[in-house]
Every structure is written in structure tokens, then in C-alpha cells.
Design a protein around this ligand. Sequence first.
Ligand SMILES: Nc1ncnc2c1ncn2[C@@H]1O[C@H](COP(=O)(O)OP(=O)(O)OP(=O)(O)O)[C@@H](O)[C@H]1O
Ligand SMILES: [Mg+2]
Length: 239
Amino acid sequence: MIKIEELSYQYPDGTRALDAVNLTLSGQSALGIIGANGAGKSTLLSHFNGYYLPQQGHMIVDGLEVSAANREVLRKKVGLVFQHPDDQLFMPRVVDDVMFGPLNLNEAHEALAGRTEELMRFLEIWHLRDRPPFHLSAGEKRFVALAAVLVMRPQVLVMDEPTSDLDPRNRRKLIALINQWQGTKIIASHHLDFVWETCAEVAVLHAGRIVAQGKTQEILSDRELLEQNHLELPLRLQK
Ligand SMILES: Nc1ncnc2c1ncn2[C@@H]1O[C@H](COP(=O)(O)OP(=O)(O)OP(=O)(O)O)[C@@H](O)[C@H]1O
Ligand SMILES: [Mg+2]
């Protein structure tokens, strides 16, 4: 389903954020990407829908090479929820932001309106529909940004720090939603207990390189590996 080969990325100021990343993920699975601040998680995630294009190496998502030519198809197939909702929300009303993607693809307004309401009620954000996204609380913005991606019915869901700003009840709700969502999921998170509950596999990113990939419980209980990479055991495994 996903294959990354020798993917490197350097920002214009010379910062090398990804350094020959190799990664594979087969089938409808959930992969957690963990790593310290600045490890390169957001840079890597921004490649999955072609927001960034590989400068060196390759990324294949569901048989499609991530490239300028495939960008439009990738944006339909892959839903990317940004680390910072403000990078994603820009319309005057919440409901316009949620419907923006499908309307942009010329989906008929009528069919979309029903689906949007259903999704927003499910996420418990329907009451926010006429508010300007800028004035929402951090956690409210996060659910609106999530709705704006889910309404596109992507095959691959890529989420960057999805639990930031969520209260415990909403975090639980997100875990349930992710676990029942059918499709390939890639989730970057500092919250290792959340990764434990949602991801079958985990890859550890350190200074732009994948230093380990394996079953979630094996990786997340390897104290030495985590500490070497400036991470800590999930709370559930700490005495
Ligand atoms: N626009 C940019 N210009 C220059 N350097 C950047 C830019 N964005 C990120 N970087 C650098 O690239 C590296 C990787 O950043 P990235 O945001 O991918 O890390 P991250 O693992 O997502 O970190 P965090 O856990 O803090 O979200 C860091 O050294 C960062 O300073
Ligand atoms: Mg990040």
C-alpha cells in the first residue's frame, strides 16, 4: 500500500529534514510515526498527499508515485490533517470549511449538505457550523479540521499530532473513530499511549532517519530504543 525508498528532503535554508527514509506498510493498517521534536514527522507526513514532493527518492501510495503529475489524484485519495488546524481552515464559516474540498471537486451541494451534517453531528461540531473557525477553541478547531478531511472520504488518512488540545473525552472519541475507520492510517504523535491504542505498527524517526519499525507493543516497550531517540515509555508502562 505504501512504500518509501530513500526519501530525502531539504528545506530552502539548508535544513535537512529527511535523510534517506525507507518504510513500507502493507494493506489496511495503522502506522504510528514517533520521534522527538524536529525529528521530521511533519515533513514526512506532508509528502503523502503531494503537499511536499520528494526531492530525492520515491514514495508510492496505493500504486501511485507521489509526483507533480499525480498530485490531484493523491489529494482525493489521501486525507492529511495538519498539525496546526490554522494551516487548514480559512473560510468565514465552519460549515464552508468542512464542505470546501468536495465543492472544489464540483460535488453537488445537495448530496454533500446531508453528508456534512451527518458527519458534523457525529463529531459533535454541528452547533459550531455558522461560527468563524478563527474564533473556535483549539480542540474545536481540531475536530473541524478532521471533519474537513473525513468528508472527502479518503482511502488513506494521515494525521499529524491529532490529540493535541483534546480533552480526555474527545481523545477517547478520536481513538474510537480511528479504530473503526476502515483504510490505511498514518499517525504522527508524541502521545505514545494514544499510539498504543490506535496503531498496529510503529516507526521511530530520529534526525530525519527511520531508526526502527515494528509491532507497536515491541517498539513502545523498548525503553532503551525510546531513550536513545529522546522518547519515553508510554505512561501505561511506567511504574
Ligand atoms: N519551513 C521550514 N524551513 C526550514 N526548516 C524547517 C521548516 N519546517 C521544518 N523545518 C525543520 O525541519 C526539521 C523537521 O521538522 P518537522 O516539523 O518535520 O519535525 P517534527 O518531527 O514534526 O517536530 P514536532 O514534533 O515539533 O512537530 C526540523 O529541524 C525543523 O526545524
Ligand atoms: Mg510536527
